[in-house]
Design a protein around this ligand. Structure first.
Ligand code: UDX
Length: 445
């Protein structure tokens, strides 16, 4: 089928490449002309495992093109996906201006029947707004607005696009649902579960999913606080919980809390949407509150063990909001850095992918070329992102490089064996919700 995609970011680009891979003719566009020309030669503006190969493969096949010309991305298309950003306003409400601007371009350039798909995460009721806007710019063409929320995790976007756990489509038009079934036929034939609802239900279900996952994380972080006070082990508690299929182990990892461009803004947007509808979603207020405290507790531990932050150099291992990406938007690591810098410490960070993006976001953060360069002279190291390479840290080398052998594991990356090895190497190892806090060792060289 002939598909247009508006927005070539973390959602739009995997979506465009995956639809091309399914055999469709896809033309993607973006307001950033530079990004489009880079993409046209297969250069991606962000790191996402496997996506560069997929994009280059689909460019070579001719099924995927990038164009700034709305005639190419709208006029002769059957379906247009809107994958533009919906960043949070100061109030927490989702900023939907980019959606309205996309709807204007689509309205102005559509000449035949068109299915317009909301891929971005939007508050329930947005489809009605899109329909009104399209009609304002085009009183002739009949549009059907469909909700088809993305469930892509950064770092796994290709896998989540080509092997989704389910495809959710909401529309009030039977004809539009039939078009979407045709579009996703290759995945439906592979057995991917297909869920059809009305458009508001699909929009709301997306917020419900993300908010629930965020709630699991905040539940784990609340448990971590209790475990530290009770001398229990939050990882073992999560394992015991996760063994129950009704609960599931995923998203019960305590640590610095959730970041990224989705959970923080989707929890806020869902809470604001509910309030606007007349229901105060206190549970989500608490989910956000607990998450906000997670970083504070980690910084508190650092202050406790270092006494004064001034004159101290602190190394952050990991800066991205999660492993597998260079994305630092709402990254807990940068919030840790901001608070330590405000406390007078010097902060140096290393990340396998996100050094440049972190520096752009927080210029006063020093960036090291590798973990050991970051650890040199450091009075404390904090694991902020659980990149696998940090598991193989040479502890002896790290210990000789650091001024104080103190490591705070903000992601419980290290298990019991590694923690014991660290103690043997002379480290003071602090985890999150585990191992009651050990005394500071006598010998600090
Ligand atoms: C999320 C949803 O998973 C995805 O379905 C949706 O489409 C977009 O938002 P993403 O934000 O890319 O995906 O990453 P995810 O892997 O879900 O992690 C989000 C944050 O939660 C990260 O900061 C991660 O470090 C944190 N996290 C995750 C925890 O702190 N504990 C956990 O147990 C799991």
């Amino acid at each position: 089928m002939r598909v247009g995609v508006f927005g070539t970011g973390h959602v739009g680009l995997p979506t465009a490449a995956a639809l091309a891979h399914l055999g469709h003719d896809v033309v993607a566009t973006d307001v950033d002309a530079e990004k489009l020309s880079a993409l046209s030669v297969g250069r991606l503006p962000f790191y996402e495992p496997g996506l560069e190969d997929l994009v280059r493969g689909e460019l070579a096949s001719g099924r995927l093109r990038f164009s700034a010309n709305p005639t190419a991305t709208v006029t002769d298309r059957q379906i247009v996906f809107v994958c533009v950003g919906t960043p949070p306003r100061a109030s927490g409400e989702a900023n939907l201006l980019a959606l309205e601007r996309a709807a204007e371009i689509i309205g102005r350039h559509a000449t035949g029947r068109l299915v317009v798909v909301e891929k971005s995460t939007v508050p329930a009721g947005t489809a009605r707004r899109m329909q009104e806007t399209l009609a304002r710019y085009n009183g002739v063409v009949s549009f059907a607005v469909v909700s088809n929320p993305e469930f892509l995790r950064e770092g796994c976007a290709v896998e989540d696009s080509l092997q989704p756990a389910r495809i959710l489509v909401g529309s009030d038009s039977g004809e539009a649902l039939a078009v979407m079934r045709e579009l996703y036929a290759p995945l439906i034939e592979l057995g991917v579960s297909w869920i059809e609802t009305d458009v508001r239900t699909a929009e709301l279900a997306k917020h419900a999913c993300n908010a629930f996952l965020a709630m699991k994380i905040s539940y784990a972080n609340a448990l971590a606080r209790i475990c530290e006070l009770a001398g229990a082990d939050v990882v073992a508690v999560a394992d015991a919980m996760g063994a129950d299929p009704r609960i599931g182990r995923a998203y019960l990892d305590a640590g610095l809390g959730y970041g990224g461009y989705c959970f923080p803004k989707d929890v806020a947007a869902f809470e604001r949407l509910s309030a606007r509808l007349g229901y105060r979603f206190r549970l989500l207020e608490e989910v956000a509150e607990i998450n906000g405290q997670a970083v504070g507790f980690a910084v508190q531990k650092v202050e406790e063990i270092l006494w004064n932050l001034e004159d101290k150099r602190i190394a952050l291992l990991g800066l991205a909001f999660k492993p597998g990406t260079d994305d630092v938007r709402f990254a807990p690591a940068l919030e840790v850095a901001r608070r330590l810098l405000a406390g007078g410490a010097r902060v140096v960070g290393y990340d396998p992918q996100a050094g440049a993006t972190a520096k752009a976001e927080l210029p006063e953060l020093e960036i090291a070329a590798d973990a050991y360069a970051a650890l040199e002279g450091a009075h404390c190291a904090i694991v902020c992102t659980e990149w696998p390479e940090f598991r193989d840290l040479d502890l002896e080398r790290a210990r000789t490089l650091m001024s104080f052998p103190i490591l705070l594991d903000g992601r419980n990356l290290y298990g019991d064996a590694a923690a014991a090895a660290m103690a043997r190497a002379g480290f003071t190892y602090l985890a999150t919700g585990r191992h009651p806090r050990p005394a500071v060792p006598a010998s600090i060289h």
